[in-house]
Design a protein around this ligand. Structure first.
Ligand SMILES: [Zn+2]
Ligand SMILES: [Zn+2]
Length: 252
């Protein structure tokens, strides 16, 4: 089974119901964490999953709301008895910054062995998974950022996550034909580096996505949920659209 569980769905500033956006991908061979915003270890447990089953962490970019939970996660995995080494995937500037942050934490023996894997937009990530493949694309954001396309090797169906971005051709292309498109919708009005609910609707419609899930969204900071769904439809998307909720699951 291939399934995404949302661990957080909020904007860079959390609200009372929403942690920073991050999520975990479940495959027969283990879990791939996508970003680490907040109490990630605990959130994986609350999702009914085992943090010791993590087989990798993919970081979309180095903004604080996407990486702040990583040092604690690495520390907690070590204390909990994690076996083996943990690959950390990301673009070069993200990996560079995160390595420096971990040095400052001085985790020493309280740290699982890490494998740093640098990936670039347009590449397939070398996960060697028998069940799915992962391709990434550069987004348009103040820091270099990667969107992800997770594709079932058997059925070919795909789940795409935009990460942080304004509408752009590379993410538009990556999203083509996705069964599930998880797209950020941070801002009420067009804003450099981010997307509005209406723009997310247009991306989903152009991609002919099956289902659209808005994340990096907050009724407190973006707009009401009802307005956001109306905006998605105004953007041209006629399919199933919803606001992502924490611990919501999406099975391919
Ligand atoms: Zn963000
Ligand atoms: Zn960001």
């Amino acid at each position: 089974m291939l399934r995404m569980t949302l661990l957080g769905v909020g904007t860079a500033v959390p609200d009372q119901d929403r942690e920073n956006t991050h999520m975990v991908w479940e495959a027969p061979e283990g879990l791939l964490l996508i970003d680490a915003g907040g109490s990630t270890f605990q959130r994986i447990l609350r999702a009914g999953l085992d943090p010791l089953a993590l087989r990798g962490v993919f970081l979309t970019h180095s903004h604080t709301d996407h990486i702040n939970g990583l040092p604690a996660l690495i520390f907690q995995l070590a204390l909990a008895g994690f076996q083996g080494s943990l690959p950390i995937y990301g673009n070069a500037p993200t990996i560079e910054l995160v390595r420096r942050i971990l040095d400052v934490f001085g985790l020493e023996q309280y740290k699982v062995p890490l494998e740093w894997v640098v990936v670039a937009g347009g590449q397939e990530v070398p996960l060697h998974s028998p069940s799915y493949r992962l391709r990434v694309a550069d987004t348009v954001h103040p820091r270099p950022c990667l969107a992800l396309r997770l594709e079932d090797r058997t059925s070919g169906s795909a789940l795409v996550y935009s990460a942080d971005t304004e509408p752009c051709p590379t993410v538009q292309d990556l999203a083509r034909g996705a069964s599930i498109l998880i797209h950020e919708a941070t801002t009420p009005q067009p804003f450099a580096g981010h997307t509005t609910p209406r723009q997310a609707g247009t991306v989903a419609a152009t991609a002919q996505a099956g289902r659209l899930v808005l994340v990096h969204f907050s009724p407190r900071y973006t707009m009401s949920a009802a307005d956001a769904i109306a905006e998605v439809h105004a953007g041209g998307f006629a399919g199933e659209a919803e606001i992502g909720r924490e611990f919501g699951t999406y099975t391919l």
